[in-house]
Design a protein around this ligand. Structure first.
Ligand code: APR
Length: 172
């Protein structure tokens, strides 16, 4: 596998990756957090494109253009709302990462940046979410050998430290 997998601290709306992955809601209605930041940066055409799609079930992913963003595309995935861990939250979160890669492949994206899905408003325990995200990405990457760079975008030092510690377990 020749994909560079890194954690990076900053605002995902500034990354000119082929695709950035948004933590959306099932209505694709925009919102706060990273969803709000992406919609603000992309402009109103993004909400129009999301309305055309209509919605996205938790664990699934859909794709739009990036419009005014530096990124070519936005992949909207809907993470699980944390309800204590007995409602398939772990599997739904893993599916977000798996399906985001599957959707990115339809445009042969060579660089993809993920926000930390469900770790904000949706309340997923951060350390557990990071472990699921990194494990699923490493399990899926061999299917997509053309991906050159995959970025876990962290909005604060705490998340960056969690991702760096988890990624260290996978570096040979
Ligand atoms: N760039 C990168 N990461 C960001 C940014 C940004 N500009 N803004 C926030 N984040 C981080 C948060 O710090 C958190 O680690 O994104 C992660 C996901 O948090 P949320 O955006 O709250 O997403 P989530 O927990 O999945 O909740 C989704 O919140 O905004 C609404 O419409 C959204 O209903 C949906 C819900």
């Amino acid at each position: 596998m020749n994909t560079q997998v890194v954690a990076w601290r900053g605002d995902i709306t500034q990354l000119n990756a082929d695709a950035i992955v948004n933590a959306a809601n099932s209505a694709l209605a925009g919102g706060g957090g990273v969803d709000g930041a992406i919609h603000r940066a992309a402009g109103s055409e993004l909400l129009q494109a999301c309305r055309k799609i209509g919605g996205c079930p938790p664990g699934q992913a859909v794709m739009t253009e990036g419009f005014k963003l530096p990124a070519k595309f936005v992949i909207h995935t809907v993470g699980p709302i944390w309800r204590g861990g007995d409602c398939d939250e772990n599997e739904i979160l893993a599916a977000c990462y798996r399906n985001s890669l599957r959707v990115a492949a339809t445009k042969v994206c060579k660089s993809i940046a993920f926000s930390a899905i469900s770790t904000g408003v949706y309340g997923f325990p951060k350390e557990q979410a990071v472990s699921i995200a990194v494990k699923e990405i490493y399990q899926q990457l061999p299917q997509y050998p053309y991906i050159e760079q995959l970025v876990f975008c962290c909005f604060d030092e705490g998340m960056l430290a969690l991702y760096d510690a988890e990624l260290a377990k996978y570096s040979a």
